[in-house]
Design a protein around this ligand. Sequence first.
Ligand SMILES: Nc1ncnc2c1ncn2[C@@H]1O[C@H](COP(=O)(O)OP(=O)(O)OP(=O)(O)O)[C@@H](O)[C@H]1O
Ligand SMILES: [Mg+2]
Length: 338
Amino acid sequence: MSSVSPTVARPSAGPGDGALLQTRRLSVSFPTAVGPVAVVDEVDVTIRTGRTLGLIGESGSGKTMLANALIGLLPDAAVVGGEILFRGEDLAAVPAARRRAVRGREISMVFQDPLSALNPTQRIWKQISEIPRRDGASRADARRLALDRLAEAGVPEPAQRLDVFPHQLSGGLRQRVMIALALAGEPELLLADEPTTALDVTVQARILALLKRLQEERHMSMLLVSHDLRVVSHVAHDLVVMYAGRVCEAGPASTVIGRPAHPYTRALTRSIPSVHQKKALPSPLPGAPASPYARPSGCAFNPRCPIAQDICREVVPPVREVAPDRTVACHFAEEVLG
Ligand SMILES: Nc1ncnc2c1ncn2[C@@H]1O[C@H](COP(=O)(O)OP(=O)(O)OP(=O)(O)O)[C@@H](O)[C@H]1O
Ligand SMILES: [Mg+2]
């Protein structure tokens, strides 16, 4: 994949772009012997109509739990708090049947591992056309629709793929089938959780380009989850950075990457290789990511932060607005901004 310098201009959303989905103080907690632990902790995110929100953070920061909460696919033990406003309807409060009705139609998801998400025993045309067939489409119409979706997802020779099983396809093709399936219900919002992590680098770039094209052509909204800022920087209009279950920073992708306001984001941007470097720089961030199960007091990032002061070890930094459309949770954001 080609790399970008942090200053590359990216599309930015105009002021008129409204929210399609908005979380308010969303939390996902698990019971433990010492009480509930929030792995997503009072998170506010906004996914705008026809725009892509990139969600980044290290392993364990709560990205998957957040995405799964939006589509109602959390483990049974998880307890959800706060609101998930989708076109004004709070999906955190509706009956499970309503959440199931939304899933696959209004909101759908592309998973990291298509092999575990696809049915191994069913031919792919049947999987792709499940929703239209449930809606009464004839077999011929359903096959035609599956063919269209495969073609749209860039599957070469789609007519020859209709009757194969997932294991007969390469990893990249399987991910294209997963995308075709996710699009079958004509969703307004596509959630993509690390959709390219399992693929090799050239295939990754093609799948990302496909997602970007589909988002634009269909004027869909998209949530692109990744631990890799490079991946997100090519595709996202807006960005949310999470650390140990909380938001560090959010705003338009180009300004967050070009001028980070949180030391964690700044460290992530420094690990993006320049155009002349083939490999990513070694992470400038020493230390291990904080777990929500052993969250440091004050700012969870303080043990790894180069500018931490006493207040950072004692007081949780509130999420605050540092510029129009830009929020950050750092006591020293103004210093980071310079
Ligand atoms: N079923 C579960 N029960 C309890 N805790 C869980 C469960 N699943 C995940 N967690 C915890 O929730 C936290 C967030 O996990 P999550 O999978 O959302 O992280 P992530 O940001 O997606 O990480 P990765 O980049 O590795 O995919 C982690 O501390 C994880 O250990
Ligand atoms: Mg994950």
